[in-house]
Design a protein around this ligand. Structure first.
Ligand SMILES: Cc1ncc(COP(=O)(O)O)c(C=O)c1O
Length: 463
């Protein structure tokens, strides 16, 4: 895909090195903690992705409140990453901390159901429409369980996903389209670590917005489920074209495949995610991260008849070893987190302002690119927005993957970090919470303007 303007990699590296020096000078405590961490944590971090921060060492968080993170060097950051959506409710919202503290006094987990779980499920139904729910701890688990249910009900082996999708660490989804292959042909995604089976044998992959390929990939009648994000968000945002979802629904029904909507990130579209806002009709729906306010909690919902069919097949004495569940899944603590976050923090009333904030962020980024003659595009998805290094927003996963420029991303992230702004580490995305301050978008625009000016002055961007 055309990239405009041209990027000079050597000059970009020089500018990046200057920003790295600036960060190092301001973060002696982070450097000391990172040196100590390398002796006890693999790669110096508790979870491998944390190695991907653009700074020489990650900032070490001391507190996160509202939309502000304070680090061990005493610096405050405007947090536009919000824990890659897990903290979309804002950090430590008062209603949630009160409810969780009270529940901890009453016990965290018992292997017994709770009224809080009923209330959480009722709220999920109100928002997303599906009548019956199960709780678990992560969106990854929710996706894995939804796929198991789909295979059990349809008695079919395969799943179909979008090219360059991400649905958590779900084995079958670590596949991309095989170049030059037949419709749906897949190969393992680069970096796929120790797969139990080659995903080429479990998975078909098609582009979002390519209905002809989807129809061809379903034609063999062996696809149990189509698992999608209603808009791609994990290779940058790629929006569905008008009419895409209605046709996808029709194709799924016609070919006997179940449609699973993973709304973990697309809840940014509104209180009921894209399903609520765009009137989608999935058979199952998965959501994690944001709904539990940053605590472990996720859910998957389904139609009545699917629950009944699963219920008929399961013997009571085998339920706990059927591959669905988990000892602390559905705990009262998770249920309280979900109920409270949805009813009191990420409420219907909170969304208009969050969406307006992200809109202002997108307008600001567009204005910066326009002012400097930089032909980059900006895509909006409710309370989330993102820019791509291409003049036209990507229309599918392959275009979005081709638009990625890791070193430019790292420069922009580090430049923002040095000016007190945290961006989502893996791409150029910003997310707005009910706690994000009104001036957040303008602060970002100002920092982005300075970054672009530096890139042009340093001739790393040739406009
Ligand atoms: C769309 C989507 N689904 C599922 C997941 C997995 O969430 P978790 O890592 O909390 O299991 C992610 C994580 O980024 C996601 O973006």
């Amino acid at each position: 895909m055309e990239r405009s303007p041209a990027i000079d990699d050597a000059r970009l590296a020089t500018l990046f090195a200057k920003e790295a020096e600036r960060f190092a000078a301001a973060h002696p405590r982070a450097a000391a903690l990172a040196a100590r961490a390398r002796a006890s944590l693999v790669g110096g971090v508790p979870m491998s992705w944390m190695q991907r921060w653009a700074s020489p060492v990650p900032p070490y968080a001391v507190s996160a409140r509202g939309a502000t993170i304070t680090d061990a060097d005493g610096r405050d950051y405007l947090d536009l990453a919000l824990g890659d959506t897990a903290a979309m409710a804002g950090h430590a919202p008062a209603a949630l901390t009160r409810a969780i503290a009270a529940q901890l006094e009453l016990g965290a987990t018992t292997m017994l159901p709770s009224e809080a779980a009923i209330e959480a499920a009722e709220e999920l139904t109100r928002r997303f429409g599906l009548p019956l729910w199960q709780l678990c701890l992560t969106a990854t688990d929710a996706n894995r369980f939804a796929l198991r249910i789909a295979r059990a009900v349809t008695k079919r082996p395969k799943i179909l996903v979008h090219n360059w999708c991400y649905h958590g660490t779900v084995d079958e989804t670590f596949a991309i389209a095989r170049p030059g292959g037949a419709a749906g042909a897949a190969q393992a995604r680069p970096g796929n670590t120790g797969p139990q089976v080659d995903p080429a044998s479990t998975t078909r992959v098609v582009e979002i917005n390519d209905l002809a390929a989807t129809e061809a990939a379903l034609a063999a009648g062996d696809v149990a489920a189509i698992l999608i994000e209603p808009a791609l968000t994990n290779i940058g945002i790629v929006l569905p074209e008008t009419g895409y979802h209605a046709e996808l629904r029709r194709l799924a029904t016609e070919h006997g495949a179940l449609l699973i909507a993973d709304e973990t990130h697309t809840i940014s579209v509104g209180p009921g995610g894209a399903t609520g806002a765009w009137r989608l009709e999935p058979d199952l729906l998965v959501i994690g991260k944001a709904i539990a306010g940053g605590l472990p909690g996720a859910a998957y919902g389904m139609r009545h008849d699917l629950a009944e069919r699963i219920g008929r097949e399961l013997r009571r004495d085998e339920i706990d070893t059927g591959g669905i569940g988990g000892t602390v899944s559905g705990s009262v603590l998770s249920a309280v987190a979900i109920r409270t976050t949805l009813r009191e923090v990420l409420t219907d009333a909170a969304f208009p302002e969050m969406i307006a904030g992200a809109g202002r962020w997108a307008d600001g980024a567009e204005a910066v690119f326009g002012r400097h003659g930089v032909g980059w595009s900006v895509t909006r998805l409710g309370a989330r927005a993102e820019y791509h290094f291409t003049p036209r927003a990507p229309r599918n996963g392959a275009e979005a993957a081709a638009a990625v420029h890791h070193e430019m991303e790292r420069f922009l992230h580090l430049h923002a970090l040095n000016r007190g702004i945290i961006m989502t580490p893996f791409h150029n995305m910003a997310l707005f919470s009910p706690a994000t301050p009104r001036d957040a978008a303008d602060r970002h625009s100002e920092a982005l303007d300075a970054a672009i000016a530096t890139l042009i002055e340093g001739r790393a961007l040739v406009v």
